[in-house]
Design a protein around this ligand. Structure first.
Ligand code: 5AD
Ligand code: SF4
Length: 468
């Protein structure tokens, strides 16, 4: 049986102490921080907590590393490409540290939870003063204080502690779109994936804390709230008996909150995607008609090797049920091309599943070996060039499906949320409940509001519409 999560409030004693130190050390009028976030929405949400803490310590934010007193890269380890970018960008900070020795350069996030990476950073980049792992955000004030006052380099990592800290302040990037983490870590151990190794065991926040945060977001005018977890469908692990809830129950409870808002969630694992959840979406007032349900591969042989615990038939059964219950359902998925041992025959199964389901859009990745995962030890005879050819074939297929889907929407009317400007004069970017982008003519004062639009044209996968 899983042990019940420990829930604590963070120790805030060091917040005023850092503020005092920075009053003296700041280079300009106020202490400035530059935060760069790589990777997924969970990282974005983590950075919002880091910014909340820094704000309380008196920092303001800049988008110019040159002006900053504190530079932090929140890193991603999911694919090698993301890691290479971090190494390149950190290397480029060496000259800045030489020019302004008082600045503190720090790294956090998933990459730092890999021992070989943390060691490499420590040895190769002596100008990096602080490294902290994914479960240490609540310790940031104390870590900063120790680095700034003692001038020592600090590395704190290792994600064994599953305590959930509830009172970390959050400074959100958006004013109408908000991320709401409902759980942390992952227990699924898909064989290609580094996440369970770097984010630790799965644990869920208490429903009352989630509901309270959702209530506050709605009261503060947030219109598009996304519940976050590596596998939201298994929400509930580590909750005390009296608080036990499934994800369907949780999202059903949030949906009862009054207000004009959309509720989204990601990511869903097909093995835990219940009919109860689909029924809840179908009956809800606020839950969006978008389901991001990664299937990764259409081949049963590869799904087994990936340790995904469902097969093609089960995936298609969920899709069939969801399409039947949720009108205008928009499906998206993640797909990995070129998993070790995958043949072109296997890949053709992926293509045929893509055709059969008719996704709105796809997030497609060429397999990237991650040290410490089982897949990294598997035989991988197919060359990168060959995998890239398959990848291009998949992209071309999805492009034609997306274009067809978009064309079929011309003439329809729908509700959209105005998200921002496009760069084209007087043209705004809006998004449907199904997560499809529609460009409309309008004034920027509409940003952050819901509007009804009629879809007037479709070019490839870009929709154009007019406000009605
Ligand atoms: N190589 C390529 N893609 C990966 N993903 C996770 N690990 C890897 C890897 N080693 C993809 C999966 C996952 C998404 C977030 O990233 O498709 O759903
Ligand atoms: Fe990685 Fe699988 Fe967990 Fe998603 S469910 S984070 S792919 S191990």
């Amino acid at each position: 049986m899983q042990k019940v999560n420990e829930i604590k409030n963070m120790d805030c004693d060091f917040i005023p102490l850092v503020a005092q130190v920075m009053e003296i050390r700041k280079r300009g009028d106020v202490p400035l921080a530059y935060i760069r976030t790589y990777g997924c929405q969970q990282n974005v949400a983590d950075s919002e907590q880091v910014k909340g803490l820094l704000s309380q310590m008196g920092y303001e934010f800049t988008d110019k590393p040159d002006d900053a007193d504190f530079i932090l890269f929140n890193t991603c380890a999911v694919r090698e490409h993301a890691e290479d970018r971090v190494f390149g960008n950190v290397g480029a900070l060496k000259a800045l540290k030489r020019k302004h020795p008082s600045i503190l350069i720090a790294l956090c996030g998933c990459m730092m939870e890999q021992e070989h990476i943390a060691n490499r950073i420590y040895k190769s980049f002596p100008f990096v003063g602080l490294v902290f792992g994914t479960n240490y955000i609540h310790e940031l004030p104390q870590l900063l204080y120790n680095c700034l006052v003692n001038g020592k380099r600090l590395v704190v990592r290792g994600n064994k502690d599953t305590t959930i800290y509830e009172n970390i302040p959050t400074r959100r990037d958006g004013t109408f779109k908000g991320w709401l983490p409902i759980m942390y870590g992952c227990d699924n151990f898909c064989t290609y994936c580094i996440v369970p190794h770097v984010r630790g065991r799965e644990r869920s926040r208490n429903p009352e804390n989630i509901l309270e945060e959702a209530k506050q977001l709605i009261a503060n005018g947030y219109k598009d709230i996304t519940l976050l977890g590596q596998n939201v469908n298994s929400y509930g692990k580590g909750l005390p008996q009296e608080n036990k809830m499934t994800f369907a129950q949780l999202i059903g409870e949030i949906d009862k909150l009054e207000g004009d808002y959309w509720l989204r969630f990601m990511t869903s694992h097909p093995k835990d995607c219940s009919k109860e959840l689909i029924d809840t979406i179908a009956q809800s007032k606020h839950i969006s008609t978008h389901l991001h349900l990664p299937f990764q591969s259409g081949s049963d042989r590869i799904l087994k090797q990936m340790n995904r615990h469902y097969d093609r038939a089960k995936y298609l059964e969920i899709v069939r049920y969801a399409k039947e219950k949720i009108p205008n359902l928009s499906l998206t998925s993640d797909i990995i091309v070129g998993f070790p041992g995958e043949t072109y025959e296997d890949f053709k199964e992926t293509l045929s599943l893509v055709k059969e389901v008719g996704f709105t859009s796809l997030f497609t990745f060429i397999y990237s070996p991650r040290e410490g995962t089982p897949a990294a030890k598997m035989d991988d005879p197919v060359s990168y060039q060959e995998k890239n050819k398959w990848f291009q074939e998949l992209l071309a297929l999805q492009e034609s499906i997306s274009a067809e889907r978009c064309a079929s929407m011309v003439g329809n009317s729908c509700k959209v949320l105005v998200e921002g400007v496009t760069g084209k004069e007087n043209i705004l970017q809006t998004r449907t409940s199904g997560n499809i982008i529609v460009e409309v003519e309008g004034d920027s004062s509409l940003i952050g509001t819901f509007q009804n639009v009629e879809i007037t044209s479709a070019r490839n996968w870009i929709l154009k519409g007019k406000i009605i």
